[in-house]
Design a protein around this ligand. Structure first.
Ligand code: SIN
Ligand code: FE
Length: 292
């Protein structure tokens, strides 16, 4: 499988031709990365000050913006600096959403905007437990935020000012990975979804889909043989480039790089051109039952 398709887009807002739109949907839904090497997110002169890991609060690796809130999490900046970083991240979010609406118009009415994150720390510097270590191949699945099979579409921009690429590894197709790991995973215990929600461990109830995705995420990261031997491609996303990926489907690992912006979007499976490619439908086919 080709892990990546490049499109020569230079403008976040420009409309696109039908064939480019069709190619974009096809690429993303089969689990490849849509690479936009010439799509740069420009910082304003007064935003250059944010190109330092000192923006972080020292506890988290990312600064995040919940679109429903007007405050950042994970930064130690306050006052006018906090406001200016918030504006930068909001602007990135608007650009990312506009790009998706122009390039993937069939998603337009169904897509919703989730968090924007800014990652000013060097990937290599993180000292984390295997489960939290995004240098290991994984699909995105979040312990506290069940999503019931909704797709996770992410738009990234490498804003590294020193010309350094972000280096990723991309793994095997989702279905192959699922066939490998699913037979090892026990079904959830009766009542556990309700209990986790009541205890406030999860925001809302987990579905069986969330259980299996989370287990796949954890097992994959903790399986050293898999991490060592699984099929992979190495890719470099240049400074000044952007890319889009369904990160719940495309196995990925961030190996190195610094200064990244990211917008998460959610899409119902029914809004896809080929819902059968979604992790939900793939897992349901393998499990032989409904999971969400
Ligand atoms: C990830 O989503 O696993 C990490 C992506 C990155 O920080 O490059
Ligand atoms: Fe990830």
């Amino acid at each position: 499988m080709q892990p990546m398709l490049s499109l020569p887009i230079t403008d976040w807002r420009a409309p696109h031709q039908g064939p480019a739109q069709a190619q974009a949907v096809e690429t993303l839904e089969r689990g490849a990365v849509l690479y936009l090497p010439a799509l740069r997110f420009e910082l304003e002169p007064d935003e250059q000050q944010f190109l330092t890991p000192d923006c972080l609060d020292g506890r988290r690796k990312n600064i995040s913006l919940d679109p429903r809130k007007n405050r950042l999490q994970g930064t130690r900046l306050t006052g006018p600096q906090h406001e200016a970083l918030l504006r930068m991240m909001r602007r990135f979010g608007e650009h990312a959403l506009t790009l998706v609406e122009q390039l993937l118009p069939s998603y337009r009415t169904a897509i919703t905007q989730a968090r924007v994150s800014y990652r000013p720390a060097e990937v290599d510097d993180r000292r984390l437990s295997p489960r939290k270590d995004d240098r290991k191949l994984h699909v995105d699945a979040f312990a506290s935020r069940p999503n019931h099979g909704h797709r996770i579409l992410r738009v990234f921009s490498n804003i590294n000012p020193e010309g350094r690429a972000r280096h990723w590894r991309i793994g095997e197709p989702f279905e192959e990975c699922a066939r490998r790991f699913l037979p090892m995973i026990r079904p959830p215990l009766a009542g556990v979804h309700i209990l986790l929600a009541l205890l406030g461990v999860t925001r809302g109830r987990r579905s069986d889909y969330d259980h299996y995705m989370l287990q796949m995420h954890d097992r994959m990261k903790m399986d050293e043989t898999y991490q060592h031997d699984a099929p992979r491609h190495e890719v470099n996303f240049a400074a000044g480039s952007s890319w889009i990926v369904f990160s719940d489907q495309t196995l990925h690992a961030a190996l190195s790089g610094q200064y990244l912006l990211e917008q998460t979007l959610h899409l119902p499976v029914t809004a896809m051109r080929t819902p059968g490619h979604s992790p939900l439908r793939v897992l349901e086919r393998i499990a032989g039952r409904t999971l969400a």
